[in-house]
Design a binder for this molecule. Structure first.
Ligand code: BGC
Length: 734
């Protein structure tokens, strides 16, 4: 017996060498489709695996790894969060950090910021750099990006996602994934699907129409699969139409693996698998993070009790589940290995290098959005006669810590205060904390250890004597703020007495600008108290430098909002329908706004948002002219001239929205179908061309369960924000 084992093992080591060599000859890693030859090698491996070995490959062996098959040289798979940086090492079998000294990384900006850049090329650089860091940390699967649609401003996890528009999210996610995977590291797009809130995330049942599902909530996942060839995908916690989404007949078997022909691995979210039968039969390939009712403390290996472990093996042995089911899962896992840890030509990766820091800074500066700039408050010159008071806890608070699984152990994090101090060498910078929010502890709100009155008095004193005040406030990444957990935000307005403090400061100093650090829209009824507002998101390691780049004018802001800011929370579509729609009643929830998410709602219902999707100012001015649109065969070509009419070099995002007013079905007034970011010197004009395939005008026709392009007239809206359209052109589709 021993002899046979050894013999088989030699043959397989040999076949793995052949297997790896053929990888070497293949095209760029990202383009790798698994060819017939590899598929037959995978088949031959499957044919010698025992049932026990196959089952062992389908579930976790630790918090973030799965078993290989030692006797055949099949490696383990190692995973790490997350979307904007590689998470610190977690202990083998507990949620604590492992305490390593060599696992700190570059913290990249959170994905709302990347989306705001409206720069797909930059998304590619982001993905590639992040993939290099994951590779350096010896990870095979990076648990990101997240592309759940921004449905309400209350979702604590919005900062991890790419905004409210499916076209924007799709366009940004494809180069990101390709970038990561060029390193031989699988991206794992998440959370599939309809995980649009944290509140009750592990049990809420979502009801949504087929149309909204296909037009709003699935496109970014579809693009990840069909355009980026993503190698892994993570299920979500919630239910959809009564079934858990991680093992869902319609979402996984029919749409993902059937219609989209996904050939990668479906991984559960940590603890999102619920039954052996559904996990086995509805497309879950790899079960991770399942809580096992405390078995972890009473049995030697609680991973054996996972739904896809012993209970699965038992059903396979009894014939209740056919062996072809486990074979398909193992085939997908081996395919992922072929693309990652069994590929011999993957680069070795690198972390914390200058180039990555520069990418992080570029994404941060391009993603920052200038919202208001009265009396040219920004940019602020570095003048020796100037005293700038930097007020607010967010000027010094770490924003890479907290937030849940996307928390990072950054090698360094430049705070806004530090960034401003480094940049302003002549002006005097003074600082006061102003308010205190308390420590960030997972699932808990700790009271602030500071005396609120003394903080306030000190801040007022500092602000009074300064020429200019920069109020650095917003949200934090603690529980009930911008954070993962089982609850969403509890309030739409700014917490911790920030507004009271702002009012007090304003009474003594008229020159106040707000640096708003959030991953979400917040109430802005304080807007007329300030002359300027910069929306900075969570910017990672280079946060302070990027903020100083924009505040000083070294970089001209060009970010555009990836989601709308409502004037009041009730204006938000989902919230406006009451609790049945958000956050749900008795664990059930109906997406009553249907396809009218974000700007689609504000536009169609004629509600003026505080700030519209696609909006963002610059220190210069742009003019769009000579706008035209033509259709030839299956493509609509939109052209337009963009002129920089101001004094600074800068970039503008030309946005093309399409509407159909005489449609036979309900439609939004307009939907984003194309955009292009163009950089212009002052006085310069460039012509921009945006092509839109006619098939992208289709709506999801529930009567035929398929996409349908209606004939007739369409309106092409061209502008630089969803609420600032320069021209509207009609075209006819025959
Ligand atoms: C999160 C995932 C994450 C996983 C592992 C879950 O709670 O929802 O996004 O990848 O934990 O940390």
């Amino acid at each position: 017996m021993n002899f046979i084992y050894k013999y088989t093992s030699i043959i397989f080591c040999f076949s793995l060498i052949v297997f790896s060599t053929s990888c070497k000859q293949s095209e760029e890693l990202n383009e790798q489709k698994v060819g017939v030859e590899i598929e037959s090698k995978i088949d031959s491996i499957i044919s010698v695996l025992t049932l026990e070995e196959k089952v062992a490959m389908c579930h976790a062996q630790s918090k973030f790894s799965t078993k290989g098959v030692e006797r055949l040289g099949i490696p383990e798979i190692w995973m790490a969060d997350g979307p904007h940086g590689v998470r610190a090492e977690i202990s083998w079998d507990a949620w604590d950090y492992a305490g390593w000294t060599n696992d700190s990384i570059t913290a990249f900006p959170a994905l709302t910021c990347l989306a705001s850049s409206f720069n797909p090329k930059l998304a590619g650089e982001f993905g590639f750099s992040l993939g290099e860091e994951a590779r350096y940390r010896k990870k095979d699967v990076l648990l990101g990006p997240g592309v759940n649609i921004y449905r309400t401003p209350m979702n604590g996890r919005n900062f991890e996602y790419m905004g409210e528009d499916p076209y924007l999210a799709s366009t940004m996610v494809v180069p990101y994934i390709k970038g990561v995977q060029k390193n031989g590291v699988a991206a794992c797009v998440k959370h599939y699907a309809l995980n649009n809130q944290e509140h009750w995330r592990d049990k809420v049942n979502v009801e949504v129409s087929d149309r909204a599902l296909h037009e709003i909530y699935l496109p970014a996942f579809k693009a990840a699969v069909t355009e980026a060839n993503v190698w892994a995908l993570m299920g979500a916690y919630n239910k959809f139409r009564g079934q858990y989404t991680t093992h869902h007949e319609l979402l996984t078997n029919k749409i993902l693996k059937g219609d989209w022909k996904y050939d990668g691995v479906v991984i559960s979210d940590w603890s999102s698998a619920h039954t052996t039968m559904e996990a086995a039969m509805n497309g879950l390939d790899l079960e991770m993070g399942t809580g096992t009712d405390g078995l972890g403390t009473t049995t030697s290996n609680h991973y054996d009790h996972y739904y896809l472990a012993n209970p699965f093996l038992k059903k396979l042995k009894s014939g209740e589940i056919p062996v072809s089911v486990v074979d398909d899962k193992v085939r997908r896992i081996l395919r992922l290995m072929h693309r990652t840890n069994m590929s011999s030509n993957r680069p070795i990766g690198r972390a914390n290098n200058v180039e990555h820091h520069e990418v992080a800074r570029k994404v941060a500066t391009e993603g920052i959005v200038l919202l208001k700039n009265e009396n040219n408050f920004f940019p602020i010159k570095d003048d020796k006669n100037l005293t700038i008071a930097v007020i607010g806890e967010n000027a010094t608070r770490s924003m890479t810590l907290g937030g849940g699984s996307s928390e990072l152990k950054a090698k360094f994090e430049i705070s806004p205060l530090q960034g401003l101090k480094d940049r302003y060498k002549n002006a005097t910078i003074v600082h006061a904390m102003g308010y205190g929010s308390g420590a960030s502890v997972y699932d808990q709100v700790l009271p602030s250890p500071y005396n609120a009155d003394s903080l306030r008095v000190e801040a007022i004193k500092v602000a009074k004597t300064a020429d200019i005040v920069l109020f650095v406030g917003g949200l934090t990444k603690s529980h009930l703020q911008d954070s993962e957990g089982n609850l969403d935000r509890e309030q739409f307005d700014l917490p911790f007495g920030q507004i009271e403090l702002l009012n007090d400061i304003k009474a003594l100093n008229k020159k106040v600008g707000f640096i708003l650090v959030t991953g979400n829209a917040v109430d802005m009824s304080w807007l007329n108290q300030v002359e300027g507002v910069i929306q900075t998101w969570y910017l990672g390691s280079m946060a302070g430098h990027a903020i100083a780049d924009i505040v000083s004018g070294d970089v001209n802001p060009s970010g555009k909002l990836p989601f709308s800011f409502p004037k009041k929370l009730e204006d938000n579509a989902a919230v406006s329908f009451g609790k049945t729609s958000y956050p749900g009643v008795d664990l059930n929830q109906e997406y009553k706004e249907d396809i009218l998410v974000g700007y689609r709602w504000y536009d169609t219902k004629n509600i003026e948002p505080q700030y519209a999707f696609g909006y963002g100012m610059s220190y210069t001015n742009f003019e769009l002219s000579n706008i035209s649109a033509n259709q030839k065969k299956s493509t609509i070509t939109v052209t337009c001239d963009v002129k920089n009419t101001g004094d600074f070099e800068g970039a503008e995002v030309v946005q093309v929205y399409v509407g159909k007013s005489d449609s036979k079905v309900k439609r939004a007034i307009k939907e984003l179908k194309g955009f292009s970011k163009v950089n212009l010197k002052n006085g310069e004009t460039k012509s921009v061309t945006i092509s839109i395939p006619v098939e992208k005008l289709a709506f999801y026709d529930e009567s035929i369960s398929d996409w349908n392009v209606e004939k007739g007239n369409y309106e092409i809206h061209v502008g630089n924000a969803s609420n600032n359209i320069s021209d509207k052109i009609e075209i006819s589709i025959k």
